[in-house]
Design a protein around this ligand. Sequence first.
Ligand code: ATP
Length: 511
Amino acid sequence: MAQQEDHFKKVISHAKEYGYIFGSSEIYDGLSAVYDYGQNGAELKKNIRDYWWKSMVQMHENIVGIDASIFMHPTTWKASGHVDAFNDPLIDNKDSKKRYRADVLIEDYAEKLNQKALKEIAKAKKRFGDKFDEQEFVTTNPRVLRYRKEQETVLQRMARSLEAEDLADVKALIEELGIADPDTGSKNWTDVRQFNLMFGTKLGASAETATDLYLRPETAQGIFVNFLNVQKTGRMKIPFGIAQTGKAFRNEIVARQFIFRMREFEQMEMQFFVRPGDELKWYEHWKETRLKWHLSLGLGEENYRFHDHEKLAHYANAAADIEFDFPFGFKELEGIHSRTDFDLKAHEEFSGKKLQFFDPELNENYVPYVVETSIGLDRMFLAVFSKSLEEEELENGSTRTVLKLPAILAPVKAAILPLVKKDGLPEVAQKIIDDLKFDFNVAYDEKDAVGRRYRRQDAAGTPFCITVDHDTLEDESVTIRDRDTMEQKRVKISELATILHEKIDFKHWAK
Ligand code: ATP
C-alpha cells in the first residue's frame, strides 16, 4: 500500500516537473479538482484522443464522428433523466465538517471485508502450499464465508435503499456498521441528502429573459439529439455508430485522486445503434473490441479486468466497466453500456419528434437500441502515464527514471542531439529536424553532456534520441538510441524517416 501511494506521489510530481499536468490557476493556489495540461500533456492527450478517434471512426466504415456543443436545450436533461436522477447521496461529518459520498463510505467498508477474506485465502495458500484447493476453501471456510456473506448483505441493502430513495436507511446502515470519518474517526453524521451533479449556468443578458442551462454532464446526449440528422445526411444503415469526444462537467462531491475524478473532464464516447433484440450481441462485441484496443497499447494484460454491474442504471439492460490497475488499485476506466431505447424514446416523448429508423430489410420503423462505449480521456491519460513511469535499476547499479509511453502516444517522438555545440554539428541536427518535422513532433536539445540529455529525454518519455557526431559529417550517419532498451544503432540519415514510421505509425499499433 505504502509503495502504491509512493508511486502515485511520484506520478503527480513527475507530471508537473516534465510539463504534463499543472494545477489550475496555480498562482492563486489552484482550484480543487481542476487541472491544466502543459506542453507535453497537451500532446499526449491529443495523441490518445487521435488513437481513439482513428480506431473508432477511421477504422469502422459504419461509424462517423460529430462535435456537438457543450450547451444544449435544457429539456435535453429532463428527457435524459439527469435533472431528476443524476444525484449522488452525500453525508457530512458534523465534527470534521468533511463531506463524503454515503455510497462510497459503505462500499469502502464492504471492500475491507473483501480484503479480510482475501487475507484468509492468502494465509491458507501459504499453509497448504501445492495441495491448496482454493475453490474448496472459499466455499467451506467459515471465516471466508462470513466475510463474504456480510459483504453481500451490506451491498444489497445499500442498493435496495438507494433504489427506493430511502436515504434514512442509508444513514441507518452507516450507523449500524459503525462507519467513522476516515480522516478523524468521528461518527457524528448528518442525514444523507441527494446532491445533483450538474453545473447550472445562465444564457442571456438580462435577469428576466435568461434561460437556465446546464453544462453537459456527458457527451452522449449530443449524439442522441443528432441521431436523425446524421442517419439521414450520412445515409447510415443500422447497425451504425456515432462517435464524439469533448468536455463534460460534473460537480463531483469528492474530487480527489488527481485527474481520476475531475469536475471538468473530457469523454470519448460512441453510441452504436442496433436492431431491437440484437443489443446483447453487440454489447459483447464492443466489450471485446474495446478491451483489444486497450491491450494494443502494450501496457500489460494483467492491468485490465471487467467488472459487470449488479445494479444497473435506469436506462441499461447490461453494463460492464473495464477496470484498470491505477496507482490506487483497480478502478473504472471505461464503461460499456447496453442503453436499450431509453434515450431515443425519451427524446421522442419530450420533443414530440420521431427518432426512428426505417429498416428496409424488415420493412418497418423502429426506435433503435443503443450500445455505448464511454471512456474518460483524462482517466486514460492517468492509466497510460502512471503505468509508463518506472524507476529502473541498471546493470551498473545506478537507476534511471524512464517514462515508457507507447511510442504512438509520446508527445515528442525523437530528440535530435548534436554531440557538441560546434563544428557544424548543430546545423546538421537542424537539417534533420527540418526534414522530419513534417511527419513527426521532434525536439532539439544541445545543453549538457549527451548522457544527461539521454536521461532527460528518458524521463520526458521521448522514445528515440538521434545523435549527430563528427563522423556524421563524413558518413551521413547518426546514432539512434531506443529509450526502453537503451540500444544504440548507427543508421543513415536518409533512413531515419522510414525507421520512425515503422515504430510510430498507426498501422503498426492498431490491429
Ligand atoms: P464513476 O463511477 O467513477 O463516478 P461513472 O460510472 O459515473 O464513473 P460514466 O458516467 O459511466 O462514469 O462516465 C463514463 C466515463 O467517463 C468513465 O468511465 C470515466 O472514465 C469518465 N469519467 C466519469 N466521471 C469522471 C470524472 N469526474 N473525472 C474524470 N473522468 C470521469
